[in-house]
Design a protein around this ligand. Structure first.
Ligand code: SF4
Length: 324
């Protein structure tokens, strides 16, 4: 059994008058100790999918209208708020892009980690035991425990993100959802934080969902990948399917073309033309067709199906034609 199984998930945002389909029939699974990369541009539905797992969609506007989310056999969408609270933080934790949104500026980092531990203190640990755990967790993320007396503003960006990671690991979750955890950091610190996360994942036997727009981050951290575009998974497969096979959805090819490498000069980077479509005016047929360099006539009217080969699936007419 997979640790996490998402089936036919559909999510809308509504303000009472207008309805926007943010996620449209997403399916994926995640095994124990596995990392899945959820990849795509802003507005693709990555964060909405992640928030729905924790049932943290904006209460008044976000709504799951179809599908199921099973975690370790538990149907999360059927739980009441109290049951969900026992899972959030304790069994599934999430870290956000900007560490400052997760840290309280008026509490020391030690107090904040302590608070996270107390919230789910199922083993009824004593105050001394909790203080010892705070020291252990800070050491785990490469911070001198002496610094637990410091406030968030006394830390650099990279160190703040380490504190946030420490807080999310406080209760040894089985699943960690990391939403663009290194985007706000400079490149050298990014690499250090990613290395640290990978090390922690191995040490703590965790599964991870890595939300990113960067295939470079995926190549460094993920066992499998789901590429999202306008609320749909348009390519899904293993690390090998993405980084060893050559066949890709034209949008994924565009993402590959946007990764700089040491050999590349700026002129060889080929960014994807155009913008993600407005969710209130999604195009007919393939949603990527107005931006697709390989668009055919039928792409403008016919919605492509998933073309599946082994573990690799691609939603594109080009691949369906190859099969016929
Ligand atoms: Fe491009 Fe057509 Fe494939 Fe869509 S279905 S990605 S428009 S070739």
């Amino acid at each position: 059994m997979s640790l996490l199984e998402i089936k036919d998930l559909e999510i809308i945002y509504t303000n009472g008058k207008n309805v926007v389909q943010a996620v449209n029939g997403i399916n994926f699974t995640l095994d124990k100790k596995e990392t899945l990369g959820l990849v795509g541009e802003t507005g693709a539905g990555k964060t909405t999918t992640a928030l729905s797992i924790l049932r943290l969609l904006p209460e008044r506007t976000g709504k799951i209208i179809n599908g199921s989310v099973n975690f370790d056999g538990i149907p999360l969408l059927d739980l009441n708020e109290r049951e969900m609270q026992s899972i959030r933080g304790a069994r599934i934790a999430m870290i956000f892009q900007d560490p400052m949104t997760s840290l309280n500026p008026v509490l020391t980092v030690g107090e904040q980690i302590e608070e996270a531990l107390m919230l789910h203190n199922i083993d009824n640990e004593s105050k001394e035991e909790i203080t010892k755990r705070v020291d252990e967790i800070l050491t785990l993320v490469g911070i001198n425990p002496e610094r637990k007396k410091n406030y968030p503003h006394e830390f650099s960006g990279g160190m703040k993100q380490r504190v946030v990671i420490a807080m999310s690991l406080a209760c040894s979750p089985e699943l960690l959802i990391a939403d663009e955890p290194t985007t706000a950091l400079d490149v050298t610190i990014q690499a250090q934080v990613l290395d640290m996360m990978e090390e922690l994942k191995q040490k703590l036997d965790m599964s991870m969902i890595m939300i990113t727009h960067d295939l470079g981050v995926v190549a460094k951290t993920c066992d499998k990948v789901a590429v999202l575009y306008a609320g749909e998974i348009i390519e899904y497969g293993t690390f090998e399917d993405f980084f060893i096979n050559k066949a890709h959805h034209p949008y994924t090819e565009g993402l590959f073309g946007s990764i700089p490498s040491i050999e590349d000069d700026a002129e060889r980077l080929t960014p994807i033309e155009g913008l993600m479509p407005d969710p209130t005016e999604l195009p007919e047929g393939c949603k990527f067709h107005p931006r697709c360099p390989k668009c055919m006539e039928k792409c403008k009217t016919e919605k492509p199906k998933d073309f599946i080969k082994g573990t690799h699936s691609i939603k594109c007419h080009l691949f369906a034609e190859e099969e016929n």
